[in-house]
Write a protein that binds this ligand. Sequence first.
Ligand code: UDP
Length: 324
Amino acid sequence: MHVLITGGAGFIGSHLAEYHLALGDKVHVVDDLSTGQLSNIAPFLDDPHFRFTEQDILTWCELDHAVGWADRIYHMAAVVGVFRVLAEPIKVLATNIAACERLLRAVVHGGWRPQVVIASSSEVYGPQGRVALHEGMPLLITPGAPPRWNYAISKLADEALGISYARQHGIPVVIARLFNTVGPRQTGRYGMVVPRFVRQAVRGEPLTVFGDGLQSRAFIDVRDTVRYLDQLAQHASTEGVICNVGRDDEITIENLARKVIERVGSTSTILTMDYEAAYGQAYEDIPHRRPSVRKLHELVEHRPTWTLDATLDDLIARVRAEET
Ligand code: UDP
C-alpha cells in the first residue's frame, strides 16, 4: 500500500510512518517542520520505502501528484498544542482549515479515491461535564470564546469539509477524534502534560500542576492510536464516518503527577499554579475528558495494549537515557 502522511514528522504522524513501514508499505511524509521534527523521522530516512518532503501543504506544488500516488492519506498536519494555539490564534484557524481543504480539493481534482483519514480532536466536544463523550452528542463551542476554542473550531471545520467532500464527491473519509495521546517523541514544549511531568520528575524539578489538579483526562498510548487509525481507515466511507480514538481510563492531573513521581522514585514536589500564571492569560480548562469507545470498538477489533503505567515507565526510561 502507498501511504501519504501530512504532518508525518509530528508525534502521531511519525508513529504512523513507523507502523506502515514495518508492514512493508511505502510511506511518503510531507511536513513543514513547524511542529514536527526531523529527529522524529530520522531513523526512516535511509529506508528505500520511505520518502520525506519538507513542504507546507498550503503551497506544495507536488500535492496533486502525491495524492494521486496514495492509496491512503492520513491528514495529520495541523498547528497543535495549547501554548501555540494561544500564541497564534489566527494561524491555527487559517492553516488548519485551508490545508485540509486544499488536500481534499486535490483528491477531487485528480479524480482519485484514496482512503482519507482526517485527524480531528476531542477538543470539538468542548466542556461537557463528567460524561463519556460520544460521537452523536451536540458540541459545546462558545461563540466569541477565548482563543483556546479556535483549535476546536478549526477541527470542526475540517470535519465538515471531510464529510462534505465525502458525500459530494464520493471520497472515502473517516474522521478520527483523537483524545489525549501520549508516548515517545511527544514534546512538552507546546504544553502537553505527560512529557512535561516525566521530564520534571526525572530532573527532580517540581511538577507544575495547573489549576486545582482535579481536572481529569483519559490517556491513550500512541502505539495503540496508530493501530486504531489503521483499522478505522478500512471503514472510510463516502458517508463520512466520525469516530473517537482514545481509552476510557480517567485520571486526575494531580494523581497523574503523584503517579509520575512515584514511578520515577523522584524527590520532586508538586507546584500548583493558577491558569493565568501557567498560560500567561485567562484560560478555560476542560474539567473532565473521557471518550466513549463504544463506536470505536464496534468498528474495529483492536483493543489497547498499553496501560498508562506501562507508557509512563517507557517514557521515564527514555528520558533517563537522554538526560544522562
Ligand atoms: N497541565 C498541567 N501541567 C502542565 C501541563 C498541563 O497541570 O505542565 C494540565 C492542563 O491544564 C490540563 C491537563 O494538564 O488540565 C492536560 O493538558 P494537555 O495540554 O496535555 O491536554 P489538554 O488540555 O488539551 O487535554
